[in-house]
Design a binder for this molecule. Structure first.
Ligand code: UGA
Length: 439
């Protein structure tokens, strides 16, 4: 049985730790935030992620998953150390590696035998090599001859289906300098590999680049279809049919071609911006990456314009917004396109009523100054509204009772920013309907 430490019990660290524990390894998670560790030790999760609670509760019970506030304990008791700390974006668009380097310093201080250090946080190309050099220098300075390896093992989990994605990965990428380290990683992932998940072993830099390229390509698909949606609106074409028509070409694929208010979440904008920054720093202007971000920025204004076109002047209008999470299945509102629209509505003095099945507490906590009417269900949010905006495609918004809705609203205007409904269906209840790239 492998003993694994996780440094950084955030979203990636927790999912990775809980899944590895469920696969039979002994996992100990450390986080700099002692309060978080106290809560986690009691089995209480700071985030909502399907299936994670079940895994954490069970793995704590059978002692496969533990939590510690002591980095020394985490480093000493494991041979494999995953670094899963957050790497936020600095004002200059560069990636802030402070927490990564803190983790490396901690490892250098407490190292007590061979360690395989797994860099799983999304980091600029060259960071893995930097970690290696930094650790070597620190150990040399203290006369410590203990050996170690550094591998890059980017994660491709999606919030809302992270546990499923971990077990059913499309691929496992291992950036390694030697076969010994790569083989340990293959043992860690042996269950997935046995089930046929392909493994790609590369050098450190290539693995780091694969992560940025993957997120940039997915974001490019979304910005591409959002641009097609804008053109479709001008020429009465239906973008959902266009997406299907091109996506059925196996070279293109159907996924990530859903138009909407733009991509959100903690990863796409951050990673595309970081890669664009890295590229520009090396003297290369990344035209596609810049355009992905520009199109995504424009989506907020395009969505706001739709609302204005439907209701006119926003001041004193009642707008009901359904959904604030950046996507369904999570309470995460970071870079949420819905929140970007809400901010603009409030700026324009609209009165905004909001309902989300999971993210309202997070919204309240993180945006205490934002003047909103928090509602208990979609119908109370829509009462007396001049416009209903479906902003996050939660399953419970897919079968709204439009007869009831019609009796509640002040004006029957339904803007479906996620193209959940067939336009003719909503119109049949007497609503004005508009989607993104369909009318
Ligand atoms: C994304 C990637 O999909 C993961 O592979 C990656 O591991 C992760 O970032 C990361 O780097 O940590 P995530 O941010 O959880 O995952 O969410 P996605 O499902 O990719 O959605 C991102 C945004 O794009 C959401 O706002 C979603 O609504 C939007 N989106 C997605 C669209 O507007 N259209 C689509 O067709 C698909």
């Amino acid at each position: 049985m492998h003993h694994i430490s996780i440094i950084g019990a955030g979203y990636v660290g927790l999912v990775t730790g809980a899944c590895l524990a469920a696969l039979g390894m002994h996992v100990i998670c450390y986080d700099i935030d002692g309060e978080k560790i106290d809560t986690l030790s009691k089995g209480v999760l700071p985030i909502y992620e399907p299936d994670l609670q079940y895994l954490v509760t069970n793995c704590i019970k059978n002692k496969r998953l533990e939590f510690t506030k002591d980095l020394k304990v985490a480093v000493e008791c494991s041979e494999i150390i995953f670094i899963t700390v957050n790497t936020p974006t600095l004002d200059n668009s560069e990636c802030d590696l402070t927490h990564v380097y803190e983790a490396v310093r901690g490892i250098a201080e407490h190292i007590n035998g061979y360690k395989l250090i797994v860099s799983k946080s999304t980091v600029p190309v060259g960071t893995g090599r930097g970690i290696k050099q930094m650790l070597r220098e620190m150990l040399n300075a203290s006369g410590n001859r203990i050996s170690f390896d550094v591998v890059s093992n980017p994660e491709f989990l999606k919030e809302g289906s992270a546990v499923y994605d971990f077990i059913n990965s499309d691929r496992i990428v291992i950036g390694s300098e030697n076969e010994f380290a790569a083989n340990i990683m293959k043992e860690v992932y042996s269950d997935q590999i046995m089930c046929g998940v392909p493994v790609l072993v590369t050098n450190l830099e290539t693995a780091e680049m694969i992560k940025y390229a993957a997120n940039s390509f997915l974001a490019a698909k979304i910005s591409f279809i959002n641009e097609m949606a804008a053109i479709c609106e001008l020429c009465d074409a239906d973008v959902t049919q266009v997406a299907k028509g091109i996506g059925l070409d196996s070279r293109i694929g159907l996924q990530f071609l859903k138009p909407g208010p733009g991509f959100g979440g903690s990863c796409f904008s951050k990673d595309v911006r970081a890669l664009a920054g890295i590229s520009a720093k090396m003297g290369f202007r990344p035209v596609i990456l810049d355009s992905i971000l520009e199109i995504n920025r424009q989506q907020t204004d395009r969505m706001l314009q739709k609302i204005k076109n439907a209701v006119g002047e926003l001041k004193s209008k009642n707008i009901a917004v359904l959904g604030v999470a950046f996507k369904p299945g999570t309470d995460d509102i970071r870079e949420s396109p819905s929140l970007a629209v809400i901010n603009k509505l409030v700026e324009d003095e609209a009165s905004v009523s909001i309902y989300d099945p999971k993210a309202l507490n997070v919204l309240r906590k993180t945006h205490p100054g934002l003047k909103l009417h928090y509602c208990r269900n979609p119908y109370t949010a829509c009462a007396k509204s001049d416009c209903v905006v479906l902003a996050t495609e939660w399953p419970e918004f897919a079968d709204l009772d439009f007869v009831r809705l019609k009796t509640l609203v002040r004006r029957p205007v339904f803007l479906d920013l996620r193209n959940v409904y067939q336009p003719s269906y909503v119109k049949s209840f007497g609503f004005y309907y508009e989607g993104v790239g369909i009318k």
